[in-house]
Design a protein around this ligand. Structure first.
Ligand SMILES: *Cc1c(COP(=O)(O)O)cnc(C)c1O
Length: 242
């Protein structure tokens, strides 16, 4: 009795999660249309931090493949819980939280992408610790586009040197930039796109430089209009976090 009731509740919860995910997917497609960009030029990253592994599995079954996590311990538990589920076989995990030096090994061993690299010491450790049997770890440099001392991210003036260092690491594949702009900074997306394109022109040797991660639940349409290739969406898919 209790069990079937729980099952019914779970079905209802699953359906509303799927509806919200479909709604967000549609919003991404529409933003692409408005910007005259092909729909497949933008990837939806479902940010599942604080949400249970079950919800990830539900969306994976629907075809969502890229998931983002911020908290390492929680992420590893989810990754382990899901790794033997057939519908989760193709999940691509992105680490989008801040990185402490002593956590790099766990990140290098469990993730496909790291979007929050901001200094060489972290990049070097990820490179050294990436297991040989895994493909190179995809890296985005988190750029402090607002140039605020209090914020995380590589300062714009340090970016050229960091790129030149990371591009030599064989176990890392440098893919592009990620930003979390300040709310008041209304043209951060456009400025970051400029920096991104500039680097592309200046560094023809960076064959993997193709990814610009910007835009979240509240501003994904604007980010796509300005050239985002990954939008990172949590709340609009999974609901508010505690
Ligand atoms: C939590 C988080 C997101 C998702 O934010 P929402 O507003 O819930 O869509 C995106 N990017 C980063 C880096 C985050 O930490």
């Amino acid at each position: 009795m209790t069990n079937s009731k729980n099952n019914i509740n779970k079905d209802i919860d699953d359906q509303s999660l799927i509806n919200d995910w479909q709604q967000v997917s549609k919003q991404v497609t529409q933003a692409c249309e408005q910007a005259s960009r092909p729909a497949e030029s933008v990837r939806l990253l479902a940010v599942s931090k604080t949400k249970p592994a079950d919800m990830v599995a539900t969306l994976a079954k629907q075809g969502q493949t890229h998931f983002g996590e911020n908290y390492l311990q929680e992420a590893i538990e989810k990754i382990d819980a899901l790794k033997d589920k057939p519908e989760c076989e193709n999940i691509v995990w992105h680490y989008i939280g801040s990185i402490q030096r002593n956590k790099t090994r766990d990140i290098a061993e469990h993730f496909d992408w790291v979007q929050t690299v901001e200094r060489d010491i972290i990049a070097k450790r990820l490179n050294d610790q990436r297991p040989a049997e895994m493909s190179p770890l995809n890296i985005l440099i988190q750029l402090n586009i607002d140039n605020e001392a209090s914020k995380s991210g590589c300062l714009p003036e340090q970016l050229p040197e960091l790129i030149n260092t990371i591009k030599e690491y064989e176990r890392l594949q440098l893919r592009g930039l990620m930003i979390i702009p300040a709310k008041a900074d209304t043209d951060a997306f456009a400025r970051t796109k400029q920096v991104f394109d500039d680097i592309k022109h200046r560094h023809p040797e960076l064959s993997g430089w193709d990814t610009l991660s910007m835009g979240m639940s509240g501003d994904m349409t604007e980010a796509i209009a300005n050239g985002a290739t990954i939008v990172r969406v949590g709340t609009a898919i999974f609901g508010a976090r505690e």
